[in-house]
Design a protein around this ligand. Sequence first.
Ligand code: ARG
Length: 399
Amino acid sequence: MNPKKIVVAYSGGLDTSVMVKWLSEKYDAEIIAVTGDLGQKKELFGLEEKALKTGATKVHVIDLKDEFIKEYAFKALKAGALYENEYPMGCSIGRPLLAKMLVDVALKEGADTIAHGATGKGNDQVRFEVGIQSLAPHLNILAPLRTWEFKSREQEIEYAKKHNIPIQATKESPYSIDENLFGISVECGILEDPTVAPPADAYQITTDPKLAPDIAETITIKFEKGIPVSLNGIEKSPVEIVVELNNIGSKHGIGRLDIIENRVVGIKSREIYEAPSATILHKAHHELEKLVMDKDTFRYKQGVSNQIANMIYDGLWFTPLFTSLMAFVDSTQEYISGNVKIELYKGNLKVLSRDSEFSLYNEELATYKEGDKFDHVASIGFIHLYGLPFKTVSKVRNK
Ligand code: ARG
């Protein structure tokens, strides 16, 4: 391969800084560093200057926060997509958008190659590369971390020093952290031993539930067609809602996860996540669906949610099946409008109330009090026929 113009997914961290330099030494190519802002707090400051000093000829820092929440996170929310029933996938959802950003820049700049800094062991390489292949199959892909000569962080630091690559003077975290508005993931270090509980410093944004306020806080989220539109009666943009729920949730220790998960490449890994807004929104959205969605659709959608979660996790966002399943999800959201009131207290979420103009809850049918309109006698014939096949089976097989 003889790349002429390489678009590099750049975070400003050690790996991608070394990668920019390494690529500029190895290939006689123009290097364009691109960073997507998905709401990660730490890494964006001074990024452009750093990339230029490191060997990039051009730098783009692109604000993707709105698009990320509207077109990616809220789609996953509508889908009820929780990987292995728990993980709201902040990281996994961000990757296809970053892949799209890299492709957009590559096409605009006339680049022939995209390089990313994912390793050969993780899910992110799959998400980036399948995303890029699906959107722009003619582009070459480089993933130097899978093949380069560095065997440890120390070797990378040595290389960085030798080439005057600015590396942070501050002590590096013992963890590998990926952050965006929909959640933060923490791996490595002591966390690699699943028999050891996460030390307090593994959690980056949430209060320890034990130390959270002694007074509960109540919030009301309003949804329209499956999308949150206001908080405590005040209309807000998607990003504002997520930011605010992250703040409130963090304060009350909401959204911590410590799980073992199945990676795409077949290994199990131990992961720590903090996703306050995602946790609150999934809970509220699910509650509203229970009130509004008809039984058959609700049951069917559970399977679709699971399938979509697997597809997001596995990097299959830009695929025909994903698009079709999301069309199904959208059609299920037509009536998912209403309010959910939730209490936050020391790491727990409790639904206090839910209401919707499309509520299918009918007190006259549900009540055990006077005024019951449910036809109890109709159940006799219903159950007679409903159980008939099993009566028949039993008669034949249990003589
Ligand atoms: N295991 C999680 C996922 O696949 C988090 C990955 C975090 N990525 C990272 N480069 N630290 O979604």
